[in-house]
Design a protein around this ligand. Structure first.
Ligand SMILES: [Zn+2]
Length: 284
């Protein structure tokens, strides 16, 4: 599932291509994927593209926005018809050679003849028409995990001190911290040399500082690498190209392989139903 770095990559790229354009049409191919009245956004000019947690928000004039959640298999691909199309047939259902394809659920057209295709194999994702001022789901999300200013050390200390749950489950909890999913939870804990199963309230001051720094660093590096498109993952940049951060992962998906720091073997356990990867020599 796309996490903060993947959604942030899409947001930055959409902001570059959509800002200032007008929406000229919305074609809904799968009803379940679009909530609201397409007529409300037709003809509206785009002011910019924002993000909250894993939700992309296309903000338009007159206080209207489109909120988009990719969930497990959503893709947002922008095509103008003239540029070279990125295509890899071997990507199977996630290939974006000819669009629309059989997983295209919504097509948004713009006044520069550009088109944004919302593809979603599993149909868990959605596009919603919202009032910009409604601050979608604001109360349900913790601070943005890649943002030093809102994700403060003081805040992190306060949430950790209140719970004995394993630390990995706490940093995955979107109500406490927005944007960290399974890949980056594993990577951050490895970087901070802390075991995923450690009781949160038992982390000492030094470990808490190190973990917060690691989460921020790991997420921002992944944004720099335009996100991770792991095997069998749907995530693509808006051109259709994969991200590159999967080439930089240290523990996620690497059970049985050697730890790059100590040469020990990476272990895999299940924690809260999710694949959990760690090095028992480096992480304590
Ligand atoms: Zn190690």
């Amino acid at each position: 599932m796309p996490e903060l770095p993947e959604v942030e990559t899409i947001r930055l790229q959409l902001n570059n291509v959509l800002k200032g354009l007008k929406i000229t049409g919305i074609e809904v191919l799968t009803k379940k994927s679009f909530l609201g009245d397409p007529g409300e956004v037709k003809g509206k000019k785009i002011i910019g593209v924002r993000r909250r947690a894993k939700i992309t928000i296309i903000e338009m004039e007159k206080g209207i926005s489109l909120a988009i959640h990719l969930k497990l298999t959503g893709q947002l691909i922008f095509r103008k018809g003239t540029e070279k199309k990125y295509c890899e047939q071997k990507d199977g259902p996630f290939a974006v050679c000819e669009l629309p394809n059989k997983f295209t659920r919504v097509i948004i057209s713009f006044n520069n003849r550009g088109r944004l295709y919302f593809n979603d194999l599993r149909i868990f994702g959605w596009i919603k028409v919202i009032n910009t001022s409604s601050e979608i789901g604001e109360e349900k999300f913790g601070p943005e995990a890649n943002d030093k200013k809102s994700f403060t050390l003081e805040y992190f200390n306060s949430i950790l001190s209140k719970t004995k749950k394993p630390i990995k489950l706490i940093i995955l909890d979107q109500e406490k911290l927005a944007g960290v999913g399974n890949i980056y939870a594993n990577e951050s804990l490895y970087s901070a040399e802390i075991l995923p199963t450690r009781q949160s309230s038992f982390l000492n001051d030094e470990e808490t500082v190190k973990l917060r720094d690691s989460i921020i660093k790991v997420l921002n590096e992944a944004i720099k690498h335009k996100g991770s498109s792991d095997r069998d993952e749907a995530y693509r940049q808006i051109s259709g190209e994969k991200g590159t951060h999967q080439n930089y992962l240290k523990v996620y998906g690497k059970a049985g392989q050697k730890c790059s720091k100590c040469g020990g073997i990476i272990k895999r356990i299940s924690l809260g139903g999710r694949g959990t990867f760690y090095c028992e020599k480096c992480q304590h």
